[in-house]
Design a protein around this ligand. Structure first.
Ligand SMILES: *Cc1c(COP(=O)(O)O)cnc(C)c1O
Length: 426
């Protein structure tokens, strides 16, 4: 079991005078002012993470499209857009958020297996950069919708590279037998078909092989397979202007050791060059690796509930705020905001929601008392964007820290906010 301080904290999150802080701000002071549960993000951590990709791709034609489903709060989108990112969206709602955050529409790409006609129409009307199409049926609907409005939709086809599951079992979306992408053997025929559609304009190819990937080999394998396909597609007479290698790079949740983005992409671009495709525009769709380690969720210990088999630490954050443990049994480190001296006890850290699945961490060694604050680390990705109102719990406040400056990027949701769209019976 790991104690709170047994390994290093994520960048820009540190103890200063016995108090946990994000950049220049103390979490205890922020929690006192804004209440808990509270999400606090370091903008510098996000921009540093982005910098790794940008340095690797410097001097090449490229576009890094932040996969905004990881965290779609407007202040987060603005931070990344102002630093040069485009956005990868998966719904009409995300399209509206992307536009509200001020991204240039041509820097938006639209992923996802189930785009509706209405979403396609809106995306065509605003002029997005590319539709990443995931099936033949979707291709034909997009062709029809674009022709109705007198446009040619820019398309890329998401290919399923079928990266070997045996060597890389953690890959969940790049294998045969899942719903994503077009099977390897059907790709050339699908491109030839797309090239004949009057409502479509082929611009690229894309793949996305999974999430929380911590090794380099699956990317190298996938790149080889995608480049084999580019070669075959071009031999068949269809030009591919950009290659989109998706997202999926993991972060350090608990002594995971993913390759740094700059190192990974330097290696991958070396392969791209060696295979003669170094002149192509590169698109990437990172989500978690840009924001995951930039966020913490601060929660207050409400009650200590020692028991015969288990000791429970009941905190005021729950599965509706931070769904990854309940959904995926995911691990998040939990550390005290102001560590106390004394021997730690082993606790299951659980929330107030009426479900046994409502836990944030199991078997954690912590020395705490009621009223203490805990910080759940690596809470920047797939936490707030997956938060719900289950148990009519309002979504938490979100703060963005930039050095000493703090901006409330989302206010705490009230019960009235939650009931706003409902009506009483007459
Ligand atoms: C979710 C997703 C991403 C981002 O994945 P991360 O693991 O957060 O980097 C990128 N592209 C597509 C198509 C996705 O579905």
């Amino acid at each position: 079991m790991k104690t709170a301080s047994s390994h290093s904290l994520p960048p820009h999150i540190h103890y200063l005078d016995g108090q946990l802080g994000v950049e220049q701000r103390s979490l205890e002071a922020l929690a006192r002012e804004h209440g808990t549960p509270l999400f606090v993000y370091s903008q510098a951590a996000m921009l540093d993470a982005l910098g790794g990709y940008q340095r690797a791709l410097a001097g090449r034609e490229h576009l890094i499209c932040y996969a905004m489903k990881a965290n779609s709060t407007l202040g987060i989108l603005q931070s990344l857009v102002r630093a040069g990112c485009g956005l990868d969206i998966v719904s009409g709602g995300e399209l509206e958020r992307a536009l509200a955050a001020g991204v240039t529409p041509e820097r938006i790409i639209f992923s996802g297996v189930g785009k509706t006609r209405a979403e396609m129409r809106r995306a065509l009307a605003v002029g997005i950069g590319c539709f990443n199409v995931e099936s033949r049926a979707e291709l034909d609907v997009l062709d029809a919708v674009a022709q109705e409005v007198g446009q040619r939709a820019p398309v890329s086809i998401r290919v399923n590279p079928n990266v070997d599951a045996k060597t890389h079992p953690y890959i969940s979306t790049g294998l045969k037998g899942n719903k994503f992408g077009i099977a390897h053997e059907d790709v050339v025929a699908t491109y030839q078909h797309a090239a004949t559609c009057r409502g479509l304009r082929v611009v690229g190819i894309d793949c996305h092989i999974g999430s929380q990937i911590t090794q380099t080999e699956p990317y190298l394998d996938a790149m080889d397979r995608v480049l084999d396909l580019v070669q075959a597609i071009e031999t068949s007479g269809v030009a591919i202007a950009h290659i989109d290698f998706g997202g999926g790079l993991g972060i350090d949740y608990n002594a995971d050791a993913p390759p740094p983005a700059q190192q990974l992409w330097t290696q991958l671009l070396h392969k791209l060059d060696a295979r003669g495709f170094g002149d192509r525009k590169i698109l990437l769709e990172p989500g978690r690796s840009l924001v995951g380690n930039a966020g913490v969720c601060v929660t207050e210990v409400l009650y200590l509930k020692p028991g015969e088999q288990k000791n429970f630490l009941i905190v005021d954050a729950a599965m509706n705020d931070l769904p990854r443990p309940a959904m995926y049994e995911a691990f998040h480190r939990i550390v005290p905001v102001a560590p106390r001296p004394g021997a730690p006890t082993t606790w299951d850290v659980v929330g107030p929601v009426c479900e046994s699945g409502d836990w944030l961490g199991r078997d954690r060694a912590l020395a705490v008392q009621a009223g203490d604050l805990l910080a759940v680390l690596s809470a920047g990705a797939y936490c707030m964007s997956m938060a719900s109102n289950y148990n009519t719990r309002g979504r938490a406040t979100e703060l963005l820290v930039q050095g000493e400056q703090v901006t409330v990027i989302r206010q705490r949701e009230t019960a009235a906010d939650q009931m706003r769209l409902e009506s009483l019976l007459p």
